[in-house]
Write a protein that binds this ligand. Structure first.
Ligand code: NOJ
Length: 763
């Protein structure tokens, strides 16, 4: 009976599609999909349409018995009745096939589910956390990393990832900085595009590509005081020039979906924010994909105090342009009545459903709902060797050498006694970060394992102290070891007799990520004390940091000669770190986020405004009336764009093709960069501008170009950049992109602190 009805439905859809004025054969792929979507919408009941706007979390062992009672039973009934358009967090070809089978075989129209998951930096084979990858400034490697994630996830039934997170943030207290690309909208936009391309590929219907989701729209990274889920209140200049550009870049790269943010923006929750969703995203930017709420964020509209109850929340969210409800269960319970009462127009529902069905068609789910559920492919693809090679490659590129004073690095490969200290050095779990999806706990390569591959030295490992105590799990608070120093002595003893001490310190993998804000961002627990104790007996310390955010490491910066920022680098972490320490990879990473001197400096970022009182009065240095703190200098510990190499680079000969330009002309910039050191190496050549006078003030520096270039020893290359209207303009307070005439300064160098500059006039 069910089968018969399905056949009838499909015939009907095809008939209706072909009887449309346009014929599928003559139209483009996009038109053909539009025709099919329209035809399908015409035969859907209001309930079925609302069902497409409903997403549920995985709810029972779908390969086991059918649930009996409770929430799971309701979800199962809804699946059967065509009241679910998507599920999240179901994974594995077998499990996805099982849920897909319910809707395909038992619901009236058999519309396939789109299966979403947080494939943030890999499925089973994990790349570095996104913030670390951003430090590579290597767009190709970042795209490849997203491709690997898509290949594995799509082989395990998933066809939609809730990534990339493109939230710009200037606040390292916020735990989710680990999931983004840092503080800069230009770098963030380039990376957003690379990630979208990596996930979605050239052809969304290919079996190894998945739909991407730019999140969290918008301004989640500006939560007050870096506290998770907090209020955001920012001005239009910051919104248009800093927050929105990476989203716009993702939309321009054809991202298929966006996710709302948990925060309110200037008094209106993002999930109910018509200005963001209808006016900007779907209006100005012409976004054709669909918007999903964040988890239960429709329900939370009322908790913010913006709506009085669930019905009201459903109304404002739908009218604002949130197309799919993730786990609030509110659209499915409220929208039908709202439409029947004429409060929400059916057009709004149709528009949302059209968007959702279009993505499903584009993914090829209507051709074969089980196309991502191939157990054989899953076995071949997930954890494939080539994926390990790819994530190792990007992991090495993500490491940033913050300091290397006495050239302790690279380590000599023979005849050395090396003491390796720190719980994180043998930790196989923390490098996986807090978004590990299908990757099993303790499957990362530890630094200890990575260093053991180098056999020419004597390696002694001592833990020194644990970072955390007790069980750790994604959903639970972590307890940091604040007291147990019982293994300090052993570590100090080992350090005493070593030629070099490598200390791996930093954050536990579950100390950053969602809901993991911190008010102090120094080395957690007793690790600082351990560092100082070891330093008393041996000053030859290489400090390797593992962390998901910038840390305040003033003492270390002052005393420790060599510091390596190694973040949380994913499955191949230890191999990547060892290869960098031993010089088999010359570090080339640059910071995507400023490292503050202390928490009081936050928010601190390189592209700040000049203020009306930028410098002290040189004639009277005792005057206090200028923009500064009285207890700490204005500069950060390490600026945005900073990162050293085992070699050195000299910048010279910065030139423009001329010094005065008309609006439509292109400014050609060139600079000579020479490898003046003793190693072959890569440098991220960075270009910044300053627009000196503008109707709304511009930052003292803005990144507007970068090139990652490799240099042989002694080699000089001329690096060229082109600046044009799109690059030199900015958004005014009404959101219009404008370009104004006047004086510009161009800076080029190896970090945002470069002083090499020249200037031009735009007429
Ligand atoms: C909440 C997070 O904010 C969002 O980024 C994620 O995609 C969803 N949970 C689903 O896990």
């Amino acid at each position: 009976m069910i089968r018969k009805f399905k056949v009838y439905t499909i015939v009907l859809i095809i008939f209706m599609a072909c009887s449309d004025n346009r014929t599928v054969a003559n139209s483009s792929k996009e038109d053909a999909i539009n025709v099919k979507v329209d035809s399908l919408i015409r035969i859907m009941t209001l309930k079925e349409k609302i069902g497409q706007m409903n997403q549920y979390n995985g709810f029972w062992d779908v390969t086991g018995p059918v649930p009996n009672g409770g929430d799971a039973e309701i979800k199962y009934e809804h699946l059967k009745n065509g009241l679910v358009g998507s599920m999240l967090s179901v994974r594995g070809a077998e499990a996805v096939r099982a849920v897909q089978k319910i809707v395909v075989e038992e619901s009236r129209l058999g519309i396939p589910l789109i299966i979403g998951f947080d494939v943030i930096h890999g499925y089973k084979t994990l790349s570095p956390i996104p913030l670390a990858e951003a430090a590579s400034w290597d767009l190709e490697a970042i795209e490849t990393s997203a491709q690997v994630a898509a290949a594995e996830a799509s082989a395990a039934g998933i066809n939609w990832t809730f990534a990339p997170m493109v939230d710009i943030s200037r606040d390292p207290r916020w735990g989710r900085v680990m999931e983004g690309a840092g503080e800069d909208p230009f770098l963030g936009s380039k990376i957003a595009k690379a990630r979208v391309k990596g996930f979605q590929g050239e052809d969304l219907s290919a079996v190894n590509t998945i739909a991407a989701c730019a999140k969290h729209f918008a301004a989640y990274g500006f939560s007050e005081a870096g506290k998770e889920y907090n209020t955001v209140d920012i001005g239009t200049s910051t919104l248009y020039n800093t927050v929105l550009p990476p989203f716009k870049a993702a939309v321009d790269a054809d991202v298929k979906t966006l996710m709302n943010a948990f925060n309110e923006l200037n008094g209106v929750p993002a999930t109910a924010n018509k200005f963001l969703l209808r006016d900007i995203l779907k209006g100005k930017w012409g976004f054709n994909g669909f918007v999903i709420s964040d988890w239960a964020s429709i329900k939370e509209i009322s908790l913010w105090g913006h709506t009085k109850d669930e019905k009201d929340a459903a109304k404002v969210a739908a009218i604002a342009g949130t197309d799919m409800d993730m786990e609030s269960h509110i659209y499915v319970s409220q929208l039908e009545e709202l439409v029947k009462e004429g409060i929400v127009k059916e057009d709004i529902i149709d528009d949302a459903v059209r968007r959702i069905l279009t993505v499903k068609f584009e993914l090829g789910l209507f051709d074969d709902p089980y196309k991502y559920c191939d157990e054989v492919r899953e076995k071949e693809v997930v954890n494939n060797k080539s994926h390990h090679e790819a994530v190792l490659d990007v992991a090495k590129k993500s490491i940033v050498l913050l300091k290397n004073e006495n050239q302790l690095l690279p380590l000599k490969k023979e005849g050395q006694k090396i003491a390796l200290i720190g719980a994180l050095a043998s930790d196989k779990n923390s490098p996986l970060g807090s978004w590990r999806i299908a990757s099993k706990d303790n499957t990362g390569v530890s630094v200890l394992e990575g260093m053991q591959n180098y056999k020419g030295n004597t390696l002694i490992y001592k833990k020194g102290a644990d970072v955390s105590v007790g069980e750790t799990h994604f959903v639970n608070e972590l307890t940091i070891n604040e007291t147990d120093k019982s293994e300090f002595d052993e570590a100090v003893e080992a350090a005493k007799n070593a030629d070099v001490v490598v200390m791996v310190l930093g954050e536990h993998g579950f100390q950053s990520g969602e809901a993991r804000s911190r008010t102090e961002i120094d080395l957690p627990g007793v690790q600082q004390e351990l560092l100082e104790e070891v330093y008393k007996v041996n000053k030859n310390i290489v400090l390797v940091l593992n962390n998901g955010r910038p840390l305040t490491i003033n003492w270390a910066d002052k005393h420790i000669p060599t510091i390596v920022e190694a973040w949380q680098l994913g499955t191949q972490s230890g191999n990547a770190i060892a290869q960098v320490l031993y010089g088999d990879y010359n570090p080339s990473g640059k910071l995507p986020m400023t490292f503050p001197r202390n928490v009081g400096q936050i928010p601190i970022y390189y592209n700040y405004k000049n203020t009306g009182r930028p410098v002290a009065d040189k004639t009277n240095p005792n005057l206090v009336f200028w923009s500064h703190y009285s207890d700490v200098e204005n500069t950060p510990l390490y600026p945005f764009g900073h990162g050293l190499s085992y070699t050195t680079f000299k910048y010279s000969n910065l030139k423009l093709n001329k010094t005065s330009f008309k609006m439509d002309e292109e400014v050609q910039v060139s600079v000579d960069v020479t490898n003046t050191g003793e190693f072959k190496g890569k440098e991220v050549v960075q270009l910044y501008i300053r627009d000196l006078v503008a109707s709304t003030t511009r930052p003292v520096k803005e990144l507007k170009g970068f090139e990652l270039i490799e240099f042989e020893v002694g080699e000089t290359k001329t690096i060229k950049f082109t600046l044009n209207k799109e690059i030199l303009g900015f958004y005014d307070n009404e959101g219009n992109f404008i370009i104004e005439s006047g004086d510009f300064v161009v800076f080029v160098g190896g970090s945002s602190y470069t002083s090499l500059h020249t200037s031009f006039v735009l007429n």
